[in-house]
Design a protein around this ligand. Structure first.
Ligand code: GLN
Length: 490
């Protein structure tokens, strides 16, 4: 029999349904796997007792015929989601030992459907980063290694803990968030599937805010179908988030395996950036060939404002972050470093509590919002954002979805880009446009590079058309037949 931790979420749910094993057994297997994998640093908090308690309750519900859509499935939760009675840090010292008195809507939806929580997953501080190296808990280590090498690689960021935990079989699926690529890039670096849904699909209530107009929750999973099952539970209208959309949540899993014949796929020519590694270019060509074979029509499209996306993102996101992070003043949450007076207490707390990258974002954000610079930077960036959304609107007149690489490289070494923030920001070149336009984007593992490291392809869809992405993602998954797994060394 396959080890319980090697099952896909779908197979595990089927096994629970036909009583091949109990949730308690399934959960216990994952708890042991988590304990044996501490060298990956994927979990910042393990909650084994809570997990086993939830598993027992799930088994009892199932025995009574009251099982929900995710009943008994052990999941990992990114530490950006507030979990009632369970420490939630956003990867930051400033939240210290903050224990929320409320549950985020997304996680509440998962528990409503019967899922089991294994613990909280490591992440870049306040979700700012592409390598997990800004976490106050130290970086997550990618379970993947280059062939023949043993250098520690990044799992990507900011949802690096989520991606590493799924890839190393330390949970059946995980929650993640994506402000500029933080679901898709880590999925690409770890051979997992990640989808950032349309802005407003998932409630942001109880998710620690980074850049509110860009933040969106989504799953990281082992397969396209698993991602569809998870997103169905996570999504939905919520009166507690005024930006959450009051629209029906389709049965996303029903789109997986659907024919993609006749769909028109756009290839944005501006995404062929200078210096793109030949392997990425090759993978993209391969993806085009797979979709052609599946009956899609390939169309070249133009997204002329693409080159302004990264600069615009790195104005809008820090601007919103500087405002959102003003609340961490030592008065209400977590850390406080007392000073001689109130101002000094604020200063001491924020100086001690925030890491270097977060401080950099606050400085940039405060600067671009300040009188005299607001028009030149922030307002300009908002105009660029509009243009980028218009580019997509134009393209979607002609095509049903777009295909691009997810990231400009495979996983890089820990420490490799740590001293160069701009090099780090370039990781987001193919992903930030999607957040600026509020569209859904998915990363699917599509192949390995010459060193044996996973590479992902990105599908971008029309607003609220995640269904088409699940169909196309399923077609790529089938064609790629990506079965490689990281060799266990941890
Ligand atoms: N890497 C990007 C940043 O640092 C995106 C982060 C994210 O999506 N949360 O801002």
């Amino acid at each position: 029999m396959t080890a319980l931790t090697s099952l896909t979420l779908k197979a595990a749910l089927d096994g629970l349904a036909d009583k091949s094993f109990s949730s308690e057994e399934l959960t216990a297997a994952h708890v042991s796997a988590v304990e044996a994998a501490r060298s990956l640093n994927a979990y910042v908090l393990e909650t084994p007792e809570k997990a086993l308690e939830m598993a027992k309750a799930s088994d009892a519900r199932r025995a009574k015929g009251q099982a929900g859509a995710l009943d008994g499935a052990p999941l990992g939760i990114k530490d950006l989601f507030c979990t009632e009675g369970v420490r939630s840090t956003a990867g930051s010292n400033i939240l210290g030992n903050f224990v929320p008195t409320y549950e985020s809507t997304v996680t509440a939806n998962l528990w409503r459907d019967g899922a089991v929580m294994l613990g909280k997953l490591n992440m870049d501080e306040f979700a700012m980063g592409s390598s997990n190296e800004t976490s106050a808990f130290g970086p997550v280590v990618n379970p993947w290694r280059s062939e023949g090498g043993n250098a520690k690689l990044t799992p990507g960021g900011s949802s690096g803990g989520s991606a590493a935990a799924v890839a190393a079989e330390l949970c059946l699926g995980a929650t993640a968030t994506d402000t500029g690529g933080s679901i898709r890039q880590p999925a690409s670096f770890t051979g997992t599937v990640g989808i950032k849904p349309t802005y407003g699909r998932c409630s942001r209530w109880g998710v620690v805010a980074f850049a509110s107009s860009l933040d969106q929750a989504g799953p990281i999973a082992k397969t396209v179908e698993d991602a569809a099952i998870l997103l169905k539970s996570m999504a939905g209208h919520d009166v507690k988030d005024s930006t959450s959309l009051d629209v029906e949540v389709p049965d996303f899993a029903s789109f997986v395996g659907k024919s993609v014949k006749g769909l028109r796929i756009g290839i944005p020519k501006e995404y062929r950036v200078d210096g793109m590694p030949a392997e990425i270019e090759k993978l993209w060509e391969q993806g085009i060939a797979w979709l052609k074979e599946a009956g899609c029509e390939i169309v070249e499209v133009s997204l002329p404002h693409t080159k302004y996306a990264l600069p615009a993102y790195y104005i809008v996101a820090p601007a919103e972050a500087s405002s959102n992070l003003a609340r961490y003043d030592g008065m209400r949450f977590g850390l406080r470093k007392d000073g001689a007076n109130l101002t000094e207490t604020y200063e001491n707390t924020r100086a001690a509590g925030f890491g270097a990258e977060v401080k950099r974002r606050i400085l940039i954000g405060t600067y671009v919002l300040s009188a005299g610079y607001y028009d030149a930077y922030y307002l300009k960036a908002l105009k660029v954002r509009r243009r980028i959304a218009d580019d997509f609107d134009q393209a979607f007149q002609k095509v049903d979805a777009l295909l691009t690489p997810t990231a400009p490289s495979a996983a890089f070494g820990l420490g490799e880009n740590a001293d160069d923030p701009v090099a780090m920001y370039l990781n987001d070149i193919f992903t930030v446009t999607v957040n600026l336009a509020g569209l859904p984007g998915m990363s699917i593992p599509a192949g390995l590079d010459a060193k044996g490291l996973p590479l992902g392809l990105q599908l971008i869809g029309k607003a609220l058309d995640e269904g088409t992405l699940f169909s196309l993602g399923g077609a790529i998954e089938k064609a790629a037949d990506f079965r490689a797994r990281p060799a266990k060394w941890w």
